[in-house]
Design a protein around this ligand. Structure first.
Ligand code: ZN
Length: 72
């Protein structure tokens, strides 16, 4: 059985659980079943890479193009 990583929506605790019959596991911290499954670790890594990369050369964050004052 696959093990998935979850994050609790209440207390933001991250934990790993076996996925059984599509049931959501309960948070070991606060016992709620209001938890969300994290997709995979690579998604977290690419997100932090985007944050650190700072796309100043590619696209402008204020106009999403290349024709505003902060682009030039
Ligand atoms: Zn919790």
């Amino acid at each position: 059985m696959p093990i998935y990583e979850f994050i609790c929506e209440r207390c933001e605790l991250r934990f790993e659980e076996l996925m059984r019959n599509g049931d959501k596991p309960r948070c070991p911290g606060c016992s709620t079943n209001d938890v969300r499954r994290l997709l995979s670790s690579f998604a977290v890594h690419s997100q932090s890479a985007n944050l650190g990369g700072g796309g100043a050369s590619k696209s402008c964050s204020s106009c999403a193009g290349s024709s505003c004052a902060s682009c030039h």
